[in-house]
Design a protein around this ligand. Sequence first.
Ligand SMILES: [Zn+2]
Length: 85
Amino acid sequence: MDAKQKGNAKQKGNEQTYQMNKKHPYGNRLWWRKRLPWFLIDLGFANKGKDCESENAKHSWYRIDNNLSGCYYCNSIVKGQKWKS
Ligand SMILES: [Zn+2]
């Protein structure tokens, strides 16, 4: 097998791999569902509003800015860098 043939064989192999990994028609949907909060909405969790602490749950803080932390689960916003801890 000369170098050119080798190259062709390799290319064919890549093509097959590509076919096998081709996106599932619902692949994008799954991708979004995994990453966006609306999958929580679908499951009935999502509506923000209740305070986690009133449900005996912990807040899960994200950074709003250097002085404010917000909770993913409820509408709580507090001063301080809660997201740091
Ligand atoms: Zn909360």
